[in-house]
Design a protein around this ligand. Sequence first.
Ligand code: NAD
Ligand code: MN
Length: 515
Amino acid sequence: MKKTRPDKVVARKQKAVSAGAVSPGRSSIPERDRKLNFGDKWAYAPAPESHDYIPVAPRHELFINGTFVPPARGDYFPSVNPATEGKLTEIARGGTGDVDRAVKAARAAFKNVWGTMPGCERGKYLYRIARIIQERSRELAILETMDGGKPIKETRDIDLPLVAAHFFYHAGWADKLEYALPGRDPKPIGVVGQIIPWNFPLLMAAWKSAPALACGNTVVIKPSKTTSLTLLRLAEIFQEAGLPNGVVNVVTGTGDTGTAIVQHPDVDKIAFTGSTEIGRELARLTAGTRKRLTLELGGKAANIVFEDAAIDQAIEGVVAGIYFNQGHVCCAGSRLLVQESIYPRVVKRLRDRIQTLRVGNPLDKNTDIGAINNPAQLEKIREMVACGVAEGGGLVQTNCVLPKKGYWFPPTFLTGVTPAHRVAQEEIFGPVLAVMTFRTPEEAIERANNTPYGLSAGVWTEKGSKIFKMVSQLRAGVVWANTFNKFDPTSPFGGYKESGFGREGGLQGLQAYLR
Ligand code: NAD
Ligand code: MN
């Protein structure tokens, strides 16, 4: 086993900073930043987003047929803020009976209103929803951060603008579907069941519901147990927009609630985003039924950095690719493949760069890395990192001081990883990067493709021809070139192999919701 010396790195860094640091405003530097040794260059005063003006009811009900109703069994579970472990509210646990009520409401709305409404009328509702999302975006961003743990910087500047963009984009398609599939007279499928994870709660709800609605389907949607709040606010927005009753129904709950949706005989299609394990289970459950299924599952994306790349730009992309949203991203660039000649340089810069990432209160506007969404996920990350070290990886972590309460993991990378290591093969879903080397483009392609997944990849080179060569041979649904984790509602997203099937977004995404 290689010796892991994160302490060594840290010690050098501390010396360098304290030697040159002049500290006039020491008292204004938060203790955390001082301990991080950012010095005056990096220290910011705390800038927490205030949230007390946003009411959060102590209890949240199900949203069925246009109104909020208690669950039949009267069962609720707590939803906590992962940055404080404080209870935010109680969420209704939907059971089989509740799912049945929701599906009946969706079926009636499909038959009587939504499925027969002209596309241009449906489009008006979607535009209205998009505009209200924009108006309430600050509130939604704050709640997303409090419920899920991701930094306000991201929810405010990335999630919410994309949520609104998805509704705007699909509003535009609603009356143009015959141009999307020319000569095929496209029709809605009917009632769709949608099951989403906790990493992008509201964005996944938008990705799933906006195209379904634009195409004339009605929806029964279930958020993840740990992040139900913002989807329930979106339900309020549906009310505010006057969306007819039953067109979207939100059934909160656990895995059992999801199973009840999947097994309901009157659901025509299932769209799922989450773990590969549950995806497999849903494929089994729907096999031999008339239900359609699309799955968006895990990933183990490679960021491939060639020796001719703009290194600083590449480092920024690699950092954004893995530490964005604490690495809770299915298309995260969780493997770094560096051309051998620049390996020492890249590792040194990466080590210096992650030291400047701020970990802490997700509501602080300067925070780069928020809380891990839930304790089970934190446990999984710890276990995988321990495994990576046991397999011989060199551990590099920042020396940041983690808050005492809440679920946290520092930005981490493992050097000297080989393709056979578990950390090179399995999804970690945390702020942990596995660093490997390659010599030739052929070897890079072989290594990048050597996982059971195929969701995304990144290529960093100044040479356009190399980009084209790589893109044509990488088995991944999305390949970014000299950038990473860029999303747009007009471009389709989805995977190869165990990353799932079907596409979301763009013209291709509409097909999943049309007959
Ligand atoms: P999960 O697959 O367990 O849950 C995703 C959604 O499916 C949730 O809403 C959950 O309640 C529901 N669900 C769970 N069991 C179900 C069942 N038997 N039938 C129907 N629905 C069911 O994922 P998770 O618990 O949120 O996270 C576990 C792992 O999944 C993570 O460690 C991560 O590796 C991966 N993950 C992937 C993505 C992604 O976007 N690809 C997102 C989140 C998590
Ligand atoms: Mn929560």
